[in-house]
Design a protein around this ligand. Structure first.
Ligand code: NDP
Length: 331
């Protein structure tokens, strides 16, 4: 099966900070729906649909599953089945920082964990290198010289082409960026923080710093794991085929509160007036600041990816719209 030959024509790619990395404004992550029990053909269809639309970036982590490692194994299989001729067009990322195997070396931020974990990820993915490797979270007990030094080592070894950090906010990030500059280490290319209408911390705790140090920013969970879509408001509750209903999903029913749904209903009125779905409004909004390189979405079926990418058809906001969004989702 051939891919869409026009896949690069309509995607308004964005440069990540002051680097050579260029990403689609919508990228696809495999945190959910690519684990052991996932429908393989649906996973293939999601990755193929994404790539046909110009989404050349797939984001993983060592622990994505369930079981931990299963998403990398599945994506490795799909890369072999469908993408073997396209490796050089793709940006594949992975991370280490959360629990992966038993004992003190299967978690957090030691050099031993990061190096061993990436070796395992490469085997599961069937790749010689990943494009981006992240420290998944700050480790309060390991010196940052060791964690960030391991990223520099990994890039110099050629096991990753670029390095990044995820979930380091405010001073945690500034300390890292200063250290990299002082030591002359491989510059960090990307930061992966959480960002949505319901979690606006990066506006005050990160974007000025990533801009100063030249990093791009790829924001995860811009749809609040599905709450900022039409899914729950249309169903008037928790639909069976939703992440909140999935016992293995990280979204729990008690996070889908009446207060949040009330706000989403109001936001959806703004979306409707703009001719957008709620998901499209949430993605366009997350991308309104040019310092945000990409919105990293998840999906449970290909149609959701198509819907999300259409956010790019209407990405400008009036001051009135922004003010109305601030009312319902204050900073
Ligand atoms: P989102 O906020 O985009 O939520 C994705 C979910 O939203 C989907 O599974 C689906 O839910 C629903 N959805 C998506 N599109 C639509 C649509 N058009 N209409 C209706 N519902 C829709 O992101 P995730 O929380 O999945 O995170 C995205 C990625 O970010 C992850 O895969 C991972 O790569 C990365 N990430 C990184 C973290 C980090 O610490 N660095 C932490 C978390 C995520 P449903 O399944 O119910 O259909």
């Amino acid at each position: 099966m051939e891919f869409n030959l026009k896949r690069y024509e309509h995607m308004p790619y964005r440069r990540a900070g002051r680097s050579g990395v260029v990403l689609p404004p919508v990228s696809l992550g495999m945190w959910h729906n690519f684990g052991t029990n996932a429908d393989h053909e649906n996973c293939r269809a999601m990755m193929r649909t994404a790539f046909d639309l110009g989404i050349l970036h797939f984001d993983l982590a060592n622990n994505y599953g369930p079981a931990p490692g299963a998403a990398e194994t599945r994506v490795g299989r799909i890369l072999k089945e469908d993408f073997a001729a396209h490796r050089d067009e793709l940006i594949i990322s992975t991370k280490a920082g959360f629990t992966m195997w038993p004992g003190p070396y299967g978690d957090w931020g030691s050099k031993k964990y990061l190096v061993a974990s990436l070796d395992q990820s490469l085997k599961r993915l069937g790749l010689d290198y990943v494009d981006i490797f992240y420290s998944h979270r700050p480790d309060p007990n390991t010196p940052i010289e060791e964690t960030i030094g391991a990223l520099d080592l990994i890039v110099k070894q050629g096991k990753a082409l670029y390095a990044g950090v995820s979930n380091y906010l405010g001073e945690d990030f500034v300390r890292v960026a200063e250290l990299v500059a002082r030591r002359g280490w491989t510059p960090l290319t990307l930061h992966q923080p959480r960002y949505s209408m319901f979690d606006r911390r990066i506006e005050t705790q990160l974007l000025e710093h990533t801009e100063r140090y030249g990093l791009g920013v790829i924001v995860y969970s811009p749809l609040e794991q599905g709450i900022l879509t039409n899914k729950y408001i249309d169903a008037g509750g928790i639909p069976e085929d939703s992440r909140a209903a999935d016992p293995e999903g990280f979204l729990t029913e008690d996070q889908v509160t009446q207060d949040r749904l009330e706000r989403v209903r109001g936001l959806n009125e703004i979306a409707r007036a703009r001719g957008q779905s709620m998901a499209q409004l949430a993605i366009a909004w997350a991308l309104r600041d040019p310092r945000v390189t990409s919105a990293l979405i998840g999906a449970s079926r290909p149609e959701q990816i198509v819907d999300c990418v259409r956010a790019l058809d209407n990405s400008a906001f009036s001051d009135e719209e922004l003010a109305a969004i601030d009312e319902l989702a204050p900073a």
